[in-house]
Design a protein around this ligand. Structure first.
Ligand SMILES: [Zn+2]
Ligand SMILES: [Zn+2]
Length: 325
């Protein structure tokens, strides 16, 4: 999966891989070997006709997407609660924030590294939290609230720091990045790229890159917990995981209370589905004629190991068919 799929208007189905993006790897799909969202229920695909039909379970529709993941305390909502007017996703604890931020993965590898250390955090929850705390407090005086995005980006044209907005913003921090010059050594802000027409000196096309982040709301008690854990953690290890799990993604909350991360192209109204035969959930967009467009894979907290199948068997979810376009 790429962070963007074909637009059906192009005359190419959204689920057809974008082969022309094959040399750009600054986006990391969810690792299918780590999860089993449909619990080995076989793939049910109907391709006998000219339609591509898949079957699966609907977890809900996207209520909002946001660039901000935070801990409760700032906003009076629990994990996954609807926060449509404020558009923040609030977890109950910093452990929840750390887990959701890295898709429940420990030492996330990317395509340049060995896969072997990319496992679930369950056995490593304390170590993972220590790494998160070390990353959060590193190089900061921690006396006030702050917003941290997951990678540091400066505009190479106007030298604006794009990565540290002074207030939490629901919109992702967007940069246009040259995917060919040393993988992102050319980054420009929206204004320089779109309004002023700034381009990479080598004249390559740039890719849109969206950075999401976390909001730390200052609190003495939290700070004591974070500082204490940080002494045992590796900021660098957490940062590497975060780069791979948040790049070109957005946080989302569903109408039914699920939260997670998915492609930054996701919009309100997209449908979160567990498709039979797929090890990770997918985001589908309703289109005219009862068809659905494939938007991307998604991490849904708590639903990565087959819980949707249990709910279906208990009569809480019903089997549906999706014709993909
Ligand atoms: Zn700029
Ligand atoms: Zn370039």
């Amino acid at each position: 999966m790429s962070s963007q799929t074909h637009d059906p208007q192009e005359g190419v189905a959204a689920w057809v891989p974008q082969w022309d993006l094959s040399n750009f790897i600054d986006f990391y799909p969810l690792p299918t070997w780590l999860y089993n969202a449909s619990r080995d229920l076989g793939c049910e695909v109907d391709v006998a006709s000219t339609r591509f039909v898949v079957r699966g379970l609907v977890l809900g529709a996207v209520e909002f997407t946001t660039a901000v993941l935070t801990k409760i305390g700032m906003k009076p909502q629990g994990l996954g609660a609807s926060t449509s007017t404020e558009s923040f996703i609030a977890a109950d604890t910093w452990q929840d924030v750390a887990r959701i931020a890295t898709q429940d993965r420990w030492r996330v590898s990317n395509l340049n590294e060995d896969d072997k250390e990319d496992i679930r955090i369950s056995k490593w929850t304390n170590e993972h939290f220590a790494d998160f705390a070390a990353w959060l407090v590193e190089d900061k005086d921690m006396t006030q609230s702050f917003h941290c995005t997951t990678s540091i980006v400066w505009c190479d044209a106007c030298n604006d720091d794009l990565s540290s907005p002074s207030t939490p913003t629901a919109a992702p921090v967007v940069a246009y990045t040259c995917g060919i010059c040393d993988r992102g050594d050319f980054d420009v802000c929206h204004e320089c790229y779109v309004d002023k027409g700034t381009r990479c000196p080598k004249a390559y096309d740039c890719f849109l890159r969206a950075n999401i982040g976390l909001w730390y709301e200052h609190n003495d008690e939290d700070l004591r917990e974070l500082r204490s854990a940080a002494t045992r953690g590796s900021a660098d290890r957490f940062y590497k995981s975060l780069r791979a799990t948040t790049n070109c993604r957005t946080w989302f909350a569903s109408t039914t209370g699920y939260v997670g991360s998915t492609s930054h192209t996701t919009q309100r109204g997209d449908v979160v589905c567990v498709l039979f035969g797929a090890r990770v959930p997918f985001m589908l967009r309703p289109e005219p004629d009862s068809r659905y467009r494939l938007i991307g894979d998604c991490y849904v907290d708590g639903m990565m190991d087959g819980k949707a199948v249990d709910m279906w068997e208990a009569g809480e979810l019903k089997l549906e068919e999706f014709t993909l376009c």
